[in-house]
Design a protein around this ligand. Structure first.
Ligand code: ADP
Length: 278
């Protein structure tokens, strides 16, 4: 069977002045199947966002291939690329920053339909938005409110409704619960799982916290300095982590120097500060 998203031997270098290059991703291979949740776990700077942006086609890799539904997306003509865009969505960490504060909830959720489904009538769009509002657990009267009038959890529900209203096949979840109160996090994870069960989309779930994704991901990819150091079914990774870095993440606190047990970082060009090495 063909994977929904398939990244093969993907590297991404950034030029950061002179001959100095940073490897944000170094030879990463990862796939997401339809209806599957793949968690990408790692510390800040490990390459998670770069991976998410690649999956969404916001950036291109320096090397390697990106296939979506079997098609080589790096070679797609512009018209095909536009169609693909409607199938790729993202849910952000900070719902408020991702929502236009001057738009009402109904218009925020309906906007992707206006863009990607231009033949839909206004009445059809309104009906679909009302249905989405109910589906994400918001009260009908919230349709007329502005984001600033909602709680953090409600704002994230709006962000989720906006992301799934066009029925995408892949959604990148970029730390979707990290900015929320603890009491709200489980509710939002539950909602994301329910929507996936109903709509069948694949999730690429980015998180710095391996414990957050434990019960919602089918597979886990652990990233360290631009590389996937361990990948496998969630239960297996938790029960029997193979890589010392994964074991460190699973422990309550990180060791002082995880480098001790890892291969040296790769560097091209001028020496950089340790934080820039990948
Ligand atoms: P994470 O999401 O895990 O925090 P990122 O993907 O944002 O990691 O970053 C991975 C590495 O790539 C970091 O060292 C970061 O500084 C570098 N990087 C990311 N984007 C750029 C960019 N546009 N220009 C230069 N370096 C970048």
């Amino acid at each position: 069977s063909v994977s929904l998203l398939e990244l093969t031997n993907v590297s991404k270098e950034f030029h950061v002045g002179g001959d100095t290059r940073v490897y944000a991703l170094d030879d990463v291979s990862l796939s997401v199947d339809a209806g599957e949740t793949v968690a990408v776990i790692g510390e800040s700077g490990s390459g998670k966002s770069t991976l998410g942006r690649l999956a969404l086609r916001l950036i291109e890799p320096t090397r390697g291939s990106v296939r979506f539904d079997g098609a080589d997306v790096l070679a797609l003509p512009a018209a095909e690329m536009r169609k693909l865009r409607a199938k790729l969505q993202i849910i952000f960490q900070e719902p408020f920053e991702s929502l236009n504060p001057r738009m009402r909830v109904a218009d925020i959720i309906g906007e992707p339909l206006a863009i990607h489904r231009p033949t839909m009538s206004t009445a059809q769009r309104r009906a679909r938005v009302a249905q989405m509002i109910e589906q994400v657990g918001l009260a009908p009267d919230m349709a007329r409110r502005y984001p600033g009038e909602l709680s953090g959890g409600q704002q994230q529900r709006v962000g989720i409704a906006r992301a799934v209203v066009t029925e995408p096949s892949l959604v990148v979840l970029d730390e979707p619960t990290s900015s929320l109160d603890l009491s709200v996090r489980a509710q939002i994870l539950r909602l994301l799982a329910d929507l996936q069960a109903e709509l069948g989309m694949g999730y690429l779930f980015i998180s710095h916290d391996i414990h957050t994704v434990r019960y919602v991901s089918d597979r886990i990819a652990v990233m360290y300095r631009g590389r996937v150091v361990e990948t496998g079914p969630s239960e297996l990774v938790f029960a029997d982590p193979q890589h010392p870095y994964t074991r460190a993440l699973l422990a309550a606190a990180l060791p002082v120097d995880p480098d001790q047990e890892l291969a040296p970082a790769r560097l091209v060009g001028d020496p950089l500060s340790p934080t820039q090495l990948v």
